[in-house]
Design a protein around this ligand. Sequence first.
Ligand SMILES: Nc1ncnc2c1ncn2[C@@H]1O[C@H](COP(=O)(O)OP(=O)(O)OC[C@H]2O[C@@H]([n+]3cccc(C(=O)O)c3)[C@H](O)[C@@H]2O)[C@@H](O)[C@H]1O
Ligand SMILES: Nc1ncnc2c1ncn2[C@@H]1O[C@H](COP(=O)(O)OP(=O)(O)OP(=O)(O)O)[C@@H](O)[C@H]1O
Length: 312
Amino acid sequence: MDTSTRADPESGTEKDGDGPYPSTRVGSDRDSNPRPDDRGSAAAPAAPGDAVDPAAELEDAVPFVRETVSSAGAEGVVINMSGGLDSTVTAAIAVEALGTDRVYGLILPCNKIGAHHARDAEELAEALGIEHDTVHLQPLLAQFGNVAPDRFGLHDEPTLVGNAIARLRMTLAYLAANATDRLVCGTTNRTEHLLGYLTKHGDGAADLLPIGHLYKTEVRALAETLEVPGFVLEKPPTPGLLAGQRDADDLGADYDVIDPALRLAVDEGLAADEVTSRLDLDREVVDDLLARYRTTEHKRTVPPMPSDRRSA
Ligand SMILES: Nc1ncnc2c1ncn2[C@@H]1O[C@H](COP(=O)(O)OP(=O)(O)OC[C@H]2O[C@@H]([n+]3cccc(C(=O)O)c3)[C@H](O)[C@@H]2O)[C@@H](O)[C@H]1O
Ligand SMILES: Nc1ncnc2c1ncn2[C@@H]1O[C@H](COP(=O)(O)OP(=O)(O)OP(=O)(O)O)[C@@H](O)[C@H]1O
């Protein structure tokens, strides 16, 4: 594939070829777009990524993947690859653990923005040396929209569409896993896990989560050690549903703000007041993050049963 020049779908910039990866970035208008945390934070709190030891994390993650696959008697893993940070880091860890032959990538764009990112994902999969397929989901989504009862207004609401796409991706990942005796390797990080910022039984559905214990800022630090190309690191985190949509807009703050707040509140058990003052944040930002944490507990637990009430 020729990567010498390519238009950026969102910023209109071009990419220059340099080695196996394009050297500039897709969709990176990070510096020109105001972000909610620009308002919410007076000081820049230290993010967990500043303290993480990437080499030690890799020493944990690589055998974890190898042993999990081996103890399941599986042949390898399937990873849905978006061309973004989390799935690229996850795929790189899986290759370190299992070798190229036992890692398979699925690239599943569903709209025009996605098609551009899919080319990044294809190049990343090729650079990793893994087998991969690209499937455009638009016809499947259109068919799904045709059979879903009109009363649900699927196409009127971006979250409904986004969740449906995430679950179509999950269906293909499990088809691949079933057919090739592999496990589905999820890409969820700890920040998403704690905030429930994922589609339940969509991208949240997986058999193992190699970066599930790492905050987003820690995943970023690990990416540098794994020599993930700079353009992946520079992409603004986005759910990829709408042009210009950013995780920071959905979540009310950037990950450099969110991660230290979650670490203090969840890992260290500090009250909202204390988190707010220690990190010099807006109270509203902290309250919103903690509300997300509380209301999404159901995404981190198995479904409740009547017997749970008896034992409580
Ligand atoms: N208390 C409770 N106990 C048990 N189950 C409960 C529940 N409350 C809701 N539910 C169930 O959960 C459903 C809602 O959860 P869900 O279907 O996930 O949907 P929901 O949380 O509403 O939406 C998913 C969110 O994750 C974001 N997302 C998705 C995918 C990837 C990324 C990313 O950037 O990485 C972000 C997306 O933008 C959106 O904000 C409800 O319809 C209901 O079925
Ligand atoms: N076009 C795609 N093709 C295949 N998988 C995808 C695609 N888009 C999203 N996914 C899967 O869903 C996960 C969550 O997607 P999302 O777009 O929300 O990005 P993310 O959580 O920031 O992760 P990433 O950094 O990998 O993009 C991805 O990590 C990937 O596994």
